[in-house]
Design a protein around this ligand. Sequence first.
Ligand code: ADP
Ligand code: MG
Length: 231
Amino acid sequence: MEERVRTGIPGFDEVLNGGFLPSDLVLLTGATGTGKTVFATQFLYNSVKLYNSPSVYVSFEERPEDIKRNAMRFGWDFESFERKNLISFVRYDPLHIEDIYGLIENNIHEIGAERVVIDSITGLGLNIRDPGDLRAAIFNIGRMLKRSGCTSILTSEAPSENPLILSTFGVEEHVTDDVIVLYKIPKGTGFSRALTVWKMRGSVHSEKIHPYIITKDGIVVYAHDETQLFA
Ligand SMILES: Nc1ncnc2c1ncn2[C@@H]1O[C@H](COP(=O)(O)OP(=O)(O)O)[C@@H](O)[C@H]1O
Ligand SMILES: [Mg+2]
């Protein structure tokens, strides 16, 4: 079996037919509150904890202190990893947005990162107003991440309820190898959560919509039990 980059998120690697392909650039998209940050955080925690892969978390939205504090609620202690140089948090500085590319690259090299999260690419867009510049920035960051050999997740806010519109800027899904979509679906008097692998270059993958839940230990995906979605 070819090498796969496992996420360690229960049920999800099965949906991916084993995991991501090495150095894949993954777009994780969904409306606000669907669980993108939880997913991305769990991916990086597992990277270090289970797979010995140093990681970089680039945040354009939340402060690293807040991300770490929220992660602790799931029992994910990033501070101890940080002290051992197994993870670094890069907080963007709106005054130095032009340096962001080099900043990410330096952090990757410094700790020998194998996995990267950028949360979110929509946040980057709030700082680069010109659509052409923004496309170039996303493209260049994506190319740099691939060149570095890292397997990376870029999160992106889905702009509407229309499940066919995947991204805010209309470029994110084209520069990435894989697209994972998170949904909140009305059910009874509440919502249920579900995800799908929209595309995955060079791989067979599940084409189904898979329910998932957010438990006290993080995200759990139902790889088989699709019926639970409509029960
Ligand atoms: N510690 C936790 N335990 C259980 N559920 C949580 C926890 N933290 C967040 N959530 C759930 O995740 C949702 C937010 O997910 P988040 O990843 O921040 O969304 P997004 O990044 O897509 O906007 C919350 O609305 C809540 O339902
Ligand atoms: Mg978020």
